[in-house]
Design a protein around this ligand. Sequence first.
Ligand code: KG4
Ligand code: ZN
Length: 341
Amino acid sequence: MTRVLGIETSCDETAAAVLEDGTQVLSDVVASQADLHARYGGVFPEVASREHIKTIYAVVDQAIKDAHLSIPELDAIAVTRGPGLAGSLVVGMNMAKGLSLASGVPLVGINHLEGHLYSAWIPQENPEYREPQFPVIALIVSGGHSSLILMQDHLTYTQLGRTLDDAAGEAFDKVARLLNLPYPGGPSIQKAAENGNGQAFQFPRAWLEGSWDFSFSGLKTAVLRTLQELHADGRPVLVENLAASFQAAVVDVLCQKTLAAARQFHACSIVVAGGVSANRALRKAFLDQKEFPVHIPPLKLCTDNAVMIATAGHYRFLHGFRDDLSMDVLPNWPLVSMSQK
Ligand code: KG4
Ligand code: ZN
């Protein structure tokens, strides 16, 4: 039996969780700073790190208490090492090191994107749950990343494509700002889009034929230009239609390119993870197709959390990975460098 404590502080969520055998969630605590950052329209790095400092102890303490364990009963402490905001990562890292130093429980550094991927390996009491089967094509779409990854086995990653400019979540956040919708942009656009017509505007899709990369900056510019034209012509600005048409364009490209990669690499499963995988239209697009089994984490595990870090920690621990007290944070850590093969 393994019991792993996960700690996550890469951006604006302070989170800790304890997992048994990589599948049983014994505790799951998340303190979000989203309300605090909303007034800045985005994450303010210095505010984020200072908030993590204030919250981290209480969050970890709660996770340990909820799990009815004491620190020495843990087998490993998994902590997000990067990518993310340096000042935020440091807070979780130092907490993990302090606990490890005091208890002798080994440390395992986790790549945040690896955590998002491994959220697809958590059954969450779903009786219909099946583990993703390799080869897996994984789409990671978050505020900082849009990547298409091929996994031939556990902990083995080949990056097929990435965004050339804005990440998918970043595009949602920026377009929300253009449309005067509140931060974080993804949920606001989703809400507005529910009352809109996704066919109202034919926004461009950057297919980037011959490459698995993504690009969303042209789409963002198209929304801006349409908005300016509507204003100039004195026509009404139907935010709902703009939001729905923008969302339709993003979902179209993400879904079609992922399916094409799954065909090309003879995938047995598709995994969709990261904050944007909470998007209802994106989930529907993937679940409506019947070509490949698709694994999308429950909503709670799509955005940043520590359960996913503990799960990735469980697999790394089982594969013999350990880190020492000199472990540094890596704000720009590419996922592929974690690959075993
Ligand atoms: O994974 P995450 O919590 O943090 C990062 O690792 O970046 O992702 C946050 C991103 C934000 O850009 C947010 O707008 C987006 O995920 N997001 C969504 C939705 N919920 C969160 N985007 C679209 N639709 C949603 N429902
Ligand atoms: Zn994330």
